[in-house]
Design a protein around this ligand. Structure first.
Ligand code: PMP
Length: 392
């Protein structure tokens, strides 16, 4: 045969232990973890159904409920990233042939539409403008016209740096008999968020942003109304791994006996538990305020460097991710490479509508400090001086 014989030797580099250089991760995520979060991940392993691990799962559930400001029973962490939470949101509440309305003003609405379409869900798009949030009037008009079963919106549009005010949208959805689903991966913890009070039916976030835990887990919660919609389905959820009602049994939701759904990501749940413990050292109001203060400091510093923000309206600016216009004649990736090389600081380029046009700076959780704002500003200034955009 023409098949090459496989070598019996392992790849050479694997013969050496892992080495990782520490970096200051000031992009849109992942953010750095507090040392005790990483230490939690290095604790001895437990079985995924051991009573001591189950107690840790209970603490995680309680922590997420507080973070989300919800009393929803079905509040758990997926052992998967934010994308899985997006998919779980869409494929549990909606069946093939049903209609979802998706607000799209950046990559996340687009991604949600892709996920829904693949599951045979009909998608109606509320087309927005990258860099701008949606108004309540726009949303109301869209829901009245399209009459979707559920409406999806992104709280923190990390590709464009847009903050979406979601207070008040829940009532509009309810009036239109529509479930309200919110992606708060890049906002939760960094801005005010009240799931129950604001009438959100499905809410999720990611571990690697404001929570400052390693990537790989995704807190998610379903309201009683969302669960009723799931119970009313005619077909089973087509994804076994993401079937949240079955998953809820593993998480002891409704005090159901623990059920082996999958082997929980034990180590990652340890880290999430510790991240929730870490964030609990402040009141939520204090955490939200810290993000606002650092955002202000960052924006003032950027202005002093002569740089412009991508998001025009101040109220539309997301504290967790700032998008900065790359000035004409400047190569964005030369600047980010200089910052990494000289200061081991990550500043990211754009994504989707901002690709090639913007830089993105993250201020999230553990990393959201005035000291880090100063570090990233100084590093950016130096890089802009090196390329001759700023004088020394
Ligand atoms: N939604 C938003 C708003 C995000 O910022 C991200 C991550 N950048 C995701 C969803 C997807 O999360 P993950 O990369 O963890 O799958």
């Amino acid at each position: 045969s023409s098949r090459r014989e496989m070598s019996s030797k392992w790849p050479e580099r694997l013969g050496k232990p892992l080495e990782v250089t520490e970096k200051l991760l000031m992009g849109p995520g992942p953010a750095n973890c507090p040392p005790r979060v990483l230490e939690a991940a290095a604790k001895p392993l437990l079985g995924h159904l051991h009573p001591d691990f189950c107690e840790i799962m209970d603490d995680v559930k309680a922590g997420i409920k507080h973070l989300f400001q919800t009393e929803n029973e079905l509040t758990i962490a997926l052992c998967a990233s934010g994308h899985a939470a997006m998919e779980a949101t869409l494929v549990n509440t909606l069946e093939a042939g049903e209609k979802v309305g998706i607000a799209k003003n950046g990559i996340w609405g687009e991604r949600a539409a892709d996920i829904a379409s693949r599951a045979g869900i009909n998608v109606a798009i509320l087309e927005g403008t990258p860099g701008k949030s949606f108004s309540k009037e726009e949303i109301e008009g869209f829901l009245e016209k399209e009459k979707p079963k559920a409406f999806f919106i992104t709280h923190g549009e990390s590709s464009t740096g847009v903050f979406q005010n979601i207070k008040g949208i829940g009532e509009i959805c309810k009036k239109n008999s529509c479930l309200f689903m919110v992606d708060s991966v890049a906002a939760c913890g960094g801005v005010e968020l009240k799931m129950d009070e604001w009438g959100i039916d499905v809410l999720y976030t990611g571990s690697q942003k404001v929570l400052s835990a390693p990537p790989g887990t995704a807190p998610i919660s379903f309201s009683p109304r969302a669960r009723q919609a799931i119970r009313n389905r005619e077909t089973p959820v087509q994804s076994y791994y993401l079937d949240v009602e079955v998953l809820g049994r593993y998480w002891n939701v409704d005090a159901q006996p623990r059920f082996y759904h999958h082997t929980g990501a034990v180590t990652n749940i340890f880290a999430l538990r510790e991240a929730l413990s870490f964030i609990s050292s402040e009141n939520l109001e204090e955490t939200w305020k810290r993000h606002k203060i650092c955002q202000k400091k960052l924006h003032e510093g950027l202005k002093e460097l002569g740089l412009e923000l991508f998001v025009e309206n101040q109220d539309d600016r997301l504290p967790c991710v700032t998008t900065i216009k790359v000035p004409d004649g400047v190569e964005w990736n030369v600047v980010t490479a200089l910052m990494m090389e000289n200061d081991t600081i990550e500043m990211a380029g754009g994504l989707g509508p901002t690709a090639g046009k913007c830089w993105r700076i993250g201020l999230m959780g553990f990393n959201c400090t005035e000291k880090n704002v100063n570090k990233v500003l100084r590093s950016l200034q130096k890089a802009l001086q090196t390329i001759g955009y700023l004088s020394k």
